[in-house]
Design a protein around this ligand. Structure first.
Ligand code: PEP
Ligand code: MN
Length: 334
């Protein structure tokens, strides 16, 4: 349920109303907009006397939120959430570029890629240390050593780092990681989501291979319901019937999610397409669709990559793309 308060409501009136609502066992989320203050109410809202609430002097309107996701809903929080990671901002008017290899392989590899993507204008460095591979016989990632190498690359370049977690038992290893990624395969690992909800780390939550936008938002809600509000959603392609590309990039997700939620939405055209030649056009289309950022795989030697070489841009291809994406963003600026 949301209650929109009238302009000019004083702090004392607001405090009084909130303590009355909390007295009814409701969780109250306050969203302070330029025009209005909105109270998002969670809990047994069925017991709340809506008419009584609506009749109060300071209350403009009261509405039930029909959607099962509440805290991530734009109705609860009309202003877009902006997440700050180091010098980068994700959400609102900002456009964030995340780049790096699928997997961290060696110190030389991750440092070289980090330096090159930074020089080309990336805001964050990605790299998998724990890799969710379809085959148990494929490279599974360098694990804790991979995280240590990412931290070295961060020290070297100043770029904040994004890397995937697969198991909540590994959380201690992620203490210095800037953004924790939940991969497509774990989007509905609810125990993992709840544990991440107890941290205050930004979480990059990727859409599952065959999940609806509502399911993605419910997964974000799992994290938020434990207290962590710092979530970045990521469209990374869904499984459809065509077999030419690795997945089908659902770009409709971007404007749709922007309508439904205040959380930032980025796009991963690398996993969406699986082919390096398809990455630039889809990355540019993502920028044009209003996405809050793009995450692309970049490798210094794609032919020898231990994972996803076929979809990895070379640093010089990434440099051209990064410039073009910024140009597209400027072209569509309001
Ligand atoms: C990744 O980003 O490294 C990854 C494994 O992506 P996804 O979970 O989208 O397949
Ligand atoms: Mn990959």
């Amino acid at each position: 349920m949301i209650a929109v308060l009238k302009k000019g409501t004083t702090q004392a009136q607001l405090d009084h109303l909130i303590s009355w609502l909390r007295g009814q066992n409701l969780d109250v989320h306050i969203s302070q907009g330029e025009e209005y203050t909105i109270l998002g109410l969670i809990g047994s809202t069925g017991n709340v006397d809506m008419e009584l609430l609506a009749s109060l002097d300071i209350v403009e309107s009261v509405k039930r939120v029909a959607e099962p996701y509440k805290q991530c809903s734009r109705q609860f929080h009309p202003n877009s959430t902006v997440i700050t990671v180091g010098n980068a901002k994700i959400g609102g008017d900002h456009f964030c570029i995340i780049a790096g290899p699928c997997s961290v392989e060696t110190e030389a590899q991750i440092i070289e890629v980090a330096q090159k993507v930074k020089a080309a204008g990336a805001d964050l460095l990605r790299g998998g240390a724990f890799k969710p591979r379809t085959s148990p016989y494929d490279f599974q990632g360098l694990k804790d050593e991979g995280i240590a190498l990412l931290l070295k690359a961060k020290k070297e370049t100043g770029l904040p780092i994004v890397t995937e977690i697969m198991n909540a038992n590994h959380l201690d290893l992620f203490a210095d990681v800037d953004v924790i990624q939940v991969g497509a395969r774990n989007m509905q690992n609810f125990d993992l989501l709840k544990e991440l909800g107890k941290t205050n780390k930004p979480i990059l939550l990727k859409r599952g291979l065959a999940n609806t936008l509502k399911e993605l938002l419910m997964s974000a809600e799992y994290i938020m319901s434990e207290g962590n509000q710092n979530i970045i959603l990521c469209e990374r392609g869904i499984r459809a019937f065509d077999t030419y590309s690795r997945n089908t990039l659902d770009l409709t997700a971007v404007p749709m999610l922007h309508e439904l939620t205040h959380l930032p939405v980025i796009v991963d055209p690398s996993h969406a397409t699986g082919m390096v030649r398809l990455v630039p056009p889809m990355a540019l289309a993502s920028a044009a669709s209003g996405a809050d950022g793009v995450m692309v795989e970049v490798h210094n030697d794609p032919m020898r990559a231990l994972c996803d070489g076929a979809q990895s841009l070379k640093p010089e291809q990434f440099a051209v793309l990064a410039r073009q994406m910024r140009t597209v963003r400027e072209a569509i600026a309001p």
